[in-house]
Ligand binder design. Structure first.
Ligand code: ADP
Length: 179
């Protein structure tokens, strides 16, 4: 069985979390690892159906994802989690859960600046917020607590997707979580 671990990619909407996770998953699978990507939108449709975007609900959502991620990771799966997770205490609780179980955990801050994210606006959320059609957008009118000591911090502007995914891959290799 390969060593499992959770790789949490935290950052603003459109920072590049999902794109990096998808690219990295492909590389890791090609090398024979078992990989799962826990997609935030999919989780909200099923596992976290009914939860909203209050501080409490966001926290609950992150804890549920952390729970599932740890279960998979402790069974040899490399779990990639491209989910905003805006609150430091939520992220810390997930890290602790992994620590207690002796399961690998890596936090990657995809630190693409807000001005770049809002131009990318992959899901049109920034435009909807600006038009007054949406409130509570992380980084704009809802908090994003920047990780103080992530295992890795990368900015994606000026880098290709391949370069960004390779940076995360290098960290996993350094930690002995992949070859
Ligand atoms: P998030 O999951 O953080 O909300 P997405 O991955 O859905 O963000 O969107 C990020 C966008 O930025 C995509 O359109 C992607 O092609 C683009 N992008 C440009 N450069 C990079 C890079 N180096 N890494 C990741 N995404 C990048």
């Amino acid at each position: 069985m390969t060593t499992g671990a959770t790789v949490w990619l935290t950052g603003l909407p459109s920072a590049g979390k999902t794109t990096i996770a998808t690219a990295l998953a492909e590389t890791l699978r090609a090398r024979g690892s078992r990989v799962e990507v826990l997609d935030g939108d999919e989780i909200r449709e099923f596992l976290s159906a009914g939860l909203g975007f209050t501080r409490e609900d966001r926290h609950t959502n992150v804890q549920r994802i952390g729970f599932v991620a740890e279960l998979l990771a402790s069974n040899g799966v490399l779990v990639l989690v491209p989910v905003i997770a805006p609150y430091a205490d939520s992220r810390e609780a997930v890290r602790k859960r992994h620590q207690v179980q002796g399961t690998g955990y890596v936090e990657v801050h995809v630190a693409t600046p807000l001005d770049v994210c809002s131009v990318r606006d992959v899901k049109g959320l920034y435009a909807r917020q600006a038009a007054g059609e949406l409130t509570g957008l992380t980084g704009v009118d809802d908090p994003y607590e920047v990780p103080e000591t992530p295992d890795l911090r990368i900015e994606t502007q000026g880098s290709t997707v391949e370069q960004s995914a390779a940076a995360v891959h290098a960290l996993l290799a350094e930690r002995g979580l992949t070859t």
